[in-house]
Every structure is written in C-alpha cells, then in structure tokens.
Design a binder for this molecule. Structure first.
Ligand code: NIG
Ligand code: FE
Length: 433
C-alpha cells in the first residue's frame, strides 16, 4: 500500500495517549450481560465526546472524557507518546471474523464468466470455483503464502482492522492444509494485530475424492484435525455446508473430530440454499456464517444461544445477487449478528470491512450503529474473544481504529474509499502516511 510502513511484532508497544478524539465509540457493555449484543443493544455504541484513550503494554489503561483521562496518574508516570486525533472518530479496532486469507491468485476467469451470466454453482461445476484455487496453494511454498498473508494483513490494518480470523481451505490435502495453517502462523507472528487461525479442510470435495467422499472425510477427521490441534495451528474448524460441498451429516462428522481434539467449531451455512441448522447446534458453534437462507423455524433456537450469526454481504455484492442476508429478521428475533468481509478470491475479494458496513446499511437495513457493533464487539464474540477485544475499556487489548471523519455515521457512509487515519494494534500505532 502506498501508506505507512507496515508494523512488525518486534516494535514493542510503548505507552500511547490518543488525545482530542471528537467521538469515541467505546462499545462498552450497556447492561450486565457479557455475551454478544442483540436487539436494541446493537444500537448502543457508548459514545463519548471530547475523549481520550491511554494505553500501555498493549492494553487500555483508561478511556473516556479527555479531562478525566488526562488526570490519570499513569500519564505522568509513563510519559506516553501523545497523538492528537484532531477531533476525529475513534472506535474499537474492527474485527474481521471470517476471511479466507490463504490463496495465491485472483480468479479472473470466474469473474468474467459470471459477468457473462454464469452462476457461482455453474462456474464451480465447470472446473472453476474453489477447486480452481487449489493448484496455486499446492505449488506455493510456505514462505510465499506467509508473505502474501502478511501483505494482506497489513492492507487490512491500514483500513482499521486489528483482529482477523484466517482460514485455510484451498489446500484440500493434509499437507497443503497444514502448510496453509503454518503460513498463517508465520504471518501472524510478524503482524502486531491478532490472528485467529481456522482449519477449513472441508471446503469442497477434491476432484479425486468425488467418488469416495468418506475417504476424504477421514483425511479431515483423522489427519488434518489431529495434526492441527496437536501443533496448535488452528483454534477453530470450519466446514462449507452446501449443495455441491458438504452435507450437514458430513459436517457433524467433522465437528465430532474437532470436539474430540478440543477445537472450536464454526460453519458456512445456508449461503445458496436452505439447510436445517439444528443438528449442528449441539456442537455449540462460535458462529454460523452467511445464513442468507436460514429457515424460519431455526431462528428462535439461534436467538436463545450465544451463537453469533455472521453476515457476509460482500459475497452477495460480488456475485451480483439480488437478495442479501436477512439482517433485520435476525436482529428483530434477538439473534446476535456480526459482519465480516469473507475475503476470498471467488466471492468476496475485499479487505475493506468499512465497505461491508456500508453494504450492511444500504442493503441489509442495518443502522450505522448496528453495523459498527456487529463488526467490533460481536465480531469479537464470534471468535470467542469478547473479553479481550471489540470494545474500548480499561483492561482490554489496545485495539483502536481512528477514522478521518467527524461523525461515526460517516464510517459506513463513505464507500469505496479508505477513511482510516490511524490504527492501534495491541498498542502499536500505525499512522496513515
Ligand atoms: O465463503 N462459500 C465458501 N467459501 C467462500 C467462497 C470460496 C471461493 O469461492 O473461493 C465463501 O463465499
Ligand atoms: Fe467464506
């Protein structure tokens, strides 16, 4: 990017004071609940005017009205670097809780076919789609994959994102899936933000296993999952449940293995077709993602649990679909929703979470406040990081995004342009050049 030099982990986070913040969105918990936000709580961004944030050692020491923060005893003692935010808007660093970070090349042939009228499923059936990304990942070295991943993480940080969930999923063999996870780990070690790795070995059935799906499922359950767990390469296991990918019964097999190896679970569900989700609820997934075609009868079950439903409207936009995820129906029913980019070469090639917030407002009927809560505190809950991330409160990680706007509603208002002015990743400051 033509912006500031990328930050690296070794730049230890020294004390920092963000001063002269026009609007600080704390996203502090409004009530007593410590779970994800739902219903009217999504509209409460915890706005404080004329504010400041004091951080040290990668944590927030104090956040609130500037005159109070400036009196904090640590300010005198630590002599923090002071950054004048010039009346701009500061919010919790954005949490991108669904990305396919590891792939080598854009899928331009798919892009042109779609423009010419082919659907996602037709393209996949003709040899495009997910399988078209497998050769590149198989051939690439871990070093190449890690370098690309790091560049993408830096691009995200430049746009206000400080926490990223990163999936494998274009390897489709034990070797290439584990290599992808290792690359995610290497990139994460060199990035000051937070990366949550997910194994998506069950993304699509590889060509050579089409006639023997059980054999591939054994690869996932008996090789990939145990190795990823043992080597601590993944925190979650994901599965793409869809016509042409995996069935719910197959997803159950994958989740059983994940559970056995103490990994969390999440799933791609109901993206293109309706599927009943209840058989997966016993695994207590952290998040169910897409959910465009969620069945009415499953909604009350989701509302009763702390499962986050992560909406990915970037995929609808890029596939040129007329329908968008049913955000209003879910929110009104009390389901906790999050928003993420779904960054991937086939359906959502964007690293810009603020653009997704814009889509959420214009196409999903979410208010700017709801969209921001969905991409901060609820994104954190979707990754089971709600006690460390997603709000600006003393004791939480020092993850902050400062946007060059005067009113927080401008964050989703301006689209197709990066308004992020500064990002703080666990206390490390990245200023726009
Ligand atoms: O979330 N749906 C499955 N996975 C991706 C698409 C991956 C691809 O087309 O490469 C998604 O949309
Ligand atoms: Fe996805």
């Amino acid at each position: 990017m033509a912006e500031a030099m990328p930050l690296r982990k070794k730049e230890l986070s020294s004390p920092l004071l963000l001063a002269n913040i026009g609007q600080l969105l704390t996203l502090r918990t409004p009530g007593k609940s410590s779970g994800p936000r739902r219903g009217p709580e999504l509209n409460d961004v915890g706005l404080i005017k004329d504010a400041a944030v004091l951080c040290s050692g990668g944590k927030i020491l104090a956040a609130g009205e500037q005159r109070e923060v400036l009196r904090h005893p640590a300010r005198k003692k630590l002599k923090p670097r002071e950054v004048d935010c010039g009346g701009r808007v500061a919010l919790p660093g954005l949490v991108d809780s669904h990305t396919h970070l590891i792939f080598t090349a854009p899928r331009l042939v798919d892009f042109e076919h779609r423009i010419a009228g082919a659907t996602y499923e037709e393209i996949a059936g003709a040899g495009g789609g997910i399988r078209a990304s497998v050769e590149g990942v198989g051939k690439a070295s871990k070093k190449t994959l890690a370098g690309q991943a790091l560049a993408r993480l830096d691009e995200m940080a430049a746009q206000g994102t400080t926490t990223v969930e990163a999936k494998s999923g274009y390897g489709l063999s034990a070797e290439a899936e584990l290599k992808s996870l290792e690359a995610i780990g290497d990139a994460a070690d060199r990035w000051p933000g937070t990366v949550v790795p997910t194994l998506l070995g069950a993304h699509v059935m590889p060509e050579e296993f089409q006639s023997k799906p059980e054999k591939y499922l054994r690869e996932v359950a008996q090789k990939m999952i145990p190795a990823a767990a043992k080597r601590k390469l993944a925190r979650f296991v994901d599965v793409f449940c869809e016509r042409g990918a995996f069935t719910v019964a197959q997803a159950e097999q994958v989740f059983e293995a994940a559970q056995k190896h103490a990994l969390g679970v999440r799933a791609h569900l109901c993206q293109l077709t309706a599927t009943e989700v209840w058989p997966l609820l016993r695994f207590n997934p952290a998040s169910l993602d897409h959910m465009d075609h969620v069945m009415e009868e499953d909604i009350p079950q989701l509302a009763r649990r702390d499962i986050v439903v992560t909406l990915l409207p970037g995929a609808n936009y890029f596939l040129g679909l007329e329908e968008y995820p049913p955000a209003r129906r879910l929110i009104e029913a009390g389901v906790a929703v999050a928003l993420a980019t779904d960054y991937n070469p086939g359906t959502s090639p964007t690293s810009n979470l603020a653009f997704i917030l814009s889509l959420a407002c214009t196409h999903l009927g979410m208010s700017p406040a709801e969209a921001i809560a969905a991409a901060t505190i609820n994104g954190a809950h979707a990754l089971r990081l709600g006690s460390e991330k997603g709000s600006i409160e003393a004791g939480k990680d020092a993850d902050v995004a400062v946007f060059d706007v005067a009113d927080y509603r401008e964050v989703p208002y301006w689209f197709g342009v990066n308004r992020c002015w500064a990002t703080v990743l666990r206390g490390a400051l990245r200023l726009k050049a």
